[in-house]
Design a binder for this molecule. Structure first.
Ligand SMILES: Nc1ncnc2c1ncn2[C@@H]1O[C@H](COP(=O)(O)OP(=O)(O)OP(=O)(O)O)[C@@H](O)[C@H]1O
Length: 244
């Protein structure tokens, strides 16, 4: 079972300004992820996508603005508390801990969980969902194929049974076959009732899986809309994505 329960809470970042040292990278960014949807943030290198994720996760300070998850104000809350509310993340390029086994990588994903029986039960649920990980559970993560590594990194993020999963460029560095596999998993998570925030540079495949999208340019949202309307917006493609 991928999800214990259907997502019910909306994530909203409202007018968020954040950055590093004295420079603001995000300048009043407003995005929301409605429960049970796949929402994407598109943008070129350096647009501020990772900064936005880090800020939502409490790893970067919110200088101005608000972040809500359901009724909870989570701006500047410690990251482990945000995670405990039901927000999980899959790191950029699906990183795993290469010198640890598949099993131990999953245990790391469950570190925040106090109940060890719950950790074991959750691992069993994820092995049902990703049987290949069960087969490889004693293998070092660094020896897995690219696709299996993505799967592990996603399963690790799911250990805490989150309501919202934030993906940071999951297709980064993957061959086209594995990219399709990752987007396939995103679809399965949505079908299971989870909310997904997907940050990507891979415009076409992302808009195929997303319900709604935002385009981030130099720390500001310059366009937003249903995935279908963004797909058909030729101006947007020419101006920001460098494609026809
Ligand atoms: N730790 C940091 N310290 C200072 N500046 C940073 C730091 N991390 C990112 N930046 C700057 O913030 C801006 C936005 O970077 P960010 O990584 O959020 O963009 P991105 O859209 O995620 O790009 P990419 O697709 O390359 O990951 C860039 O100008 C970057 O140089």
């Amino acid at each position: 079972m991928i999800a214990g329960a259907t997502a019910t809470r909306k994530l909203s970042a409202i007018g968020v300004t954040a950055g590093y040292d004295r420079a603001d990278v995000l300048k009043g960014v407003t995005v929301e992820v409605k429960p049970g949807t796949v929402t994407c943030i598109l943008g070129a290198n350096g647009a501020g996508k990772s900064t936005l994720i880090r800020t939502i996760l409490g790893l970067n300070r919110v200088r101005k603005g608000e972040v809500y998850f359901g009724g909870a104000a989570i701006a500047n809350m410690p990251t482990h508390k945000i995670a405990a509310l039901g927000i999980a993340t899959v790191p950029e390029g699906n990183r795993v801990l290469p010198r640890m086994t598949v099993l131990d990588n999953l245990k790391v994903g469950g570190l925040l969980m106090r109940d060890s029986r719950r950790v074991a039960a959750r691992m069993e649920e994820l092995f049902e969902t990703f049987p290949r990980l069960r087969e490889r559970r004693g293998q070092l993560a660094g020896t897995l194929s690219g696709g299996e590594r993505s799967m592990l990194s996603i399963a690790r993020g799911l250990m805490t049974d989150p309501e919202l999963v934030i993906f940071d460029e999951p297709s980064l560095g993957l061959s086209p076959l594995f990219v399709s596999e990752v987007f396939g998993i995103v679809r399965r998570l949505k079908t299971a009732g989870l909310s997904i925030l997907l940050v990507e540079q891979n415009v076409r495949q992302t808009l195929d899986v997303a319900d709604y999208g935002y385009v981030l340019v130099q720390g500001q949202v310059v366009a937003e809309g249903d995935a279908e309307s963004l797909k058909q917006n030729a101006e947007l493609h020419k101006a920001y994505f460098g494609v026809h």
